[in-house]
Write a protein that binds this ligand. Structure first.
Ligand code: NAP
Length: 288
């Protein structure tokens, strides 16, 4: 059996086309969606992520503002910059690229971003809303995965979803979103005993580990849906996921590739959340 390929690039392109139309409508109504990105220090990977986010904003007609701060910026200075952006009418989304230098508290930074502009969906208020099933900004990577499952017509209700990884940005919210859609959810992590005994029971398996090609065919059930979040380098320096694609694709029903799977959807949902924030603002203005 050869698995059906879930083409994240294609789904992302279609979603962005629709977003571009919405941006045009918002601009015509006098609101140009704007995303502010704060980059602290000179981490090369962070710079690449930020550049991609900015390019993607511009490609669909959104405004993108980059604030570059030196590694030596104090926590207080950074928080002041966030407050300024919270108060700017032309900014609808604020993103602080992580990781931050050790002298700055990520928690304080996230909690200073206004929940109405928290397009990463990391603010505790937005996480609480997600947990209670309320409408809010959802964390972009798991949100993107939910969109892919929907696009593919993969039913979630009653399915056993196994998540490998319990980070605050991927694993934990992923399980919650699947639970909200009536999956039965199991979380696995580095302390899980006999990982394969859980993953082999998964109808939907999400790997968010950060270990190149760790998930081989022995870990999966025949016909399962496999979502590979990992972004790693293999022994030749080539980008690869947490799943050994060649080995696993012969056994499962559907699978996301790396690259071209979850990655393109993550940035797309950041754009989506920022457009949503601009729409919220326009609705508020029209009601007031
Ligand atoms: P993370 O914070 O490092 O979390 C990794 C998780 O994997 C942890 O919960 C850890 O368990 C678990 N883990 C590590 N080794 C394991 C093992 N041998 N067996 C079972 N579980 C194990 O990473 P993350 O931020 O969630 O990201 C995960 C991967 O996704 C990375 O490759 C990252 O680059 C990628 N990523 C991709 C996108 C995208 O858009 N494509 C977005 C975000 C992240 P413990 O909690 O016990 O330590």
């Amino acid at each position: 059996m050869t698995a059906h390929l879930i083409d994240g690039k294609k789904i992302a392109a279609e979603t962005r086309k629709n977003l571009q139309i919405e941006v045009g409508e918002l601009v015509a109504a006098g609101v140009k969606p704007g995303l502010a990105v704060i980059l602290v220090g000179d981490n090369q990977a962070s710079r690449t992520y930020v550049t991609n986010k900015q390019k993607s904003c511009k490609a669909i007609g959104m405004e993108s503002v980059l604030m570059e701060l030196p590694e030596s910026v104090t926590e207080k200075e950074l928080l002041n910059h966030i407050e300024e952006l919270n108060n700017r009418d032309d900014i609808h989304g604020i993103l602080v690229q992580l990781p931050l230098p050790d002298h700055i508290s990520e928690t304080k930074v996230i909690e200073t971003i206004s929940p109405e502009k928290d397009v990463d969906g990391f603010h505790p208020i937005n996480i609480g809303k997600m947990m209670t099933g309320q409408n809010t900004f959802l964390p972009c990577t798991p949100f993107g995965i939910m969109q892919m499952l929907k696009y593919e017509g993969i039913s979630i209700t009653g399915k056993h979803a196994v998540i490998i990884g319990r980070s605050n940005i991927v694993g934990k919210p992923m399980g919650q979103l699947l639970l909200n859609e009536n999956a039965t959810v199991t979380y696995c992590h580095s302390k899980t005993d006999d990982l394969a005994s859980y993953t082999r029971e998964a109808d939907i398996l999400v790997a968010a580990i950060g270990k190149a090609k760790m998930i081989t065919a022995d870990y999966v059930k025949e016909g399962a849906v496999v979502i590979d979040v990992g972004m790693n380098r293999d022994e030749n320096g080539k980008l690869c996921g947490d799943v050994d694609f060649t080995d696993v694709a012969g056994k499962v029903g559907s699978i996301t590739p790396v690259p071209g799977g979850v990655g393109p959807m993550t940035i797309t949902m950041l754009l989506y959340n920022t457009v949503q924030s601009a729409k919220n603002k326009l609705n508020y203005r029209n009601q007031g």
